[in-house]
Write a protein that binds this ligand. Structure first.
Ligand code: PMP
Length: 330
């Protein structure tokens, strides 16, 4: 018989898929690491597993404990999945601008979701930040993973994703490209790859406006990447270069990946893949082996990136690579 005891055992060991038509004939090999193949549907299953296991080992998370995290996205799904299998309760705090669909995914896994008003200042008692801090203080046996400071976030990539990429490319990888949110992905994978071969170049992809590419913060529309502060999970020594990508280019490339590669992925994947193909074109080297990490599935964005009306509302035309910026829309 061939089976696993829990879906948690299926986290990691995701495939590499070579990009074809969408590279427009750029020389070299561009390989996509398809993280939506994880059981929770994103790269964040890896950090959820590692952060929970480490907190169990250190005693921070005790039997019957409650995981409290301000998240509405992929990290929440990963935490909810692992927590359910291990018998912990989850409470997620999210702003009311988060779609009902996203909240319902978390509830479907058995998590509790606390919704806070977006239209209050951060210092207001009902703000996202204050409510999550209060819940941690007031809930017995509460533990907050905090993916922005928890070093098990980059460590999970150092221990799993990095070695997988090295093994899958037979050590031939020359460049690694990833979007930067908490920075855990690029920092952990980048450190591992540079230890194997210091010549491997690490390239961050970043939305126009984010701090990693010299901006001050928002506004931009691509979700899950870019920041308005510098998290401690981001190793500022790791990236050799940051490529700034506009929302327009991110979204149009996301749609090309679905139509030309049958890879239905989210906007941050389109952003990173756009940067990887731009890099391939610049390098103009048939021996280049560029690996780009695609964090999540496009299923969560059908009413956004894949909806012509939504794109049009922000001045983006479906399928057009315009490089427009978003302006003051957020
Ligand atoms: N894309 C998506 C959709 C994400 O949710 C995240 C995580 N915030 C990232 C990219 C960036 O990954 P990391 O936090 O490891 O930098």
């Amino acid at each position: 018989m061939d089976y696993v005891n829990s879906v948690v055992d299926l986290v990691g060991n995701t495939p590499l898929v070579r990009l074809g038509r969408s590279t427009d004939g750029a020389p070299g090999t561009v390989l996509a690491k398809v993280e939506y193949m994880n059981p929770g549907g994103s790269v964040k299953d890896r950090i959820a597993t590692r952060m929970i296991e480490a907190a169990e080992a250190s005693g921070e998370l005790k039997p019957g404990g409650v995981i409290v995290e301000p998240t509405s996205g992929n990290t929440g799904v990963g935490l909810a999945m692992v927590a359910q299998q291990k018998g912990y309760k989850c409470i997620f705090v999210c702003p009311d601008k988060v779609s009902e669909d996203k909240r319902n995914v978390l509830k479907a896994y058995g998590a509790e979701v606390v919704v806070c008003p977006t239209a209050v200042a951060p210092e207001h008692p009902d703000s996202y930040y204050n409510v999550s801090d209060r819940l941690v203080r007031e809930t017995p046996n509460a533990w907050k993973p905090d993916q922005y400071s928890n070093q098990h976030n980059p460590r999970s990539h150092y221990e799993t994703t990095g070695p997988e990429i090295w093994r899958q490319t037979d050590g031939k990888i020359t460049h690694f490209v990833a979007g930067v949110g908490t920075g855990g992905t690029i920092s952990g994978i980048g450190r591992y790859l540079k230890e194997q071969n210091p010549d491997v170049k690490i390239i961050g992809a970043d939305p126009h406006g984010s701090v990693y590419s010299g901006g001050t913060g928002r506004p931009y529309l691509v979700e899950g990447v870019g920041e308005d502060f510098w998290p401690t999970t981001y190793d500022q020594e790791i990236a050799d270069r940051i490529i700034e990508v506009s929302d327009g280019d991110s979204f149009s490339f996301t749609r090309r990946l679905a139509r030309e590669e049958a890879l239905l992925v989210g906007g941050s994947s389109g952003m990173a893949a756009f940067a990887a193909v731009q890099l391939a074109r610049e390098l103009d080297d048939p021996d280049a082996v560029i690996v780009v990490l695609l964090p999540d599935s496009g299923r969560g964005y059908l009413t956004k990136v894949f909806d012509d009306d939504w794109l049009g509302q922000y001045g983006f035309l479906a399928g057009e690579s315009g490089g427009q910026t978003v302006g003051e829309v957020l």
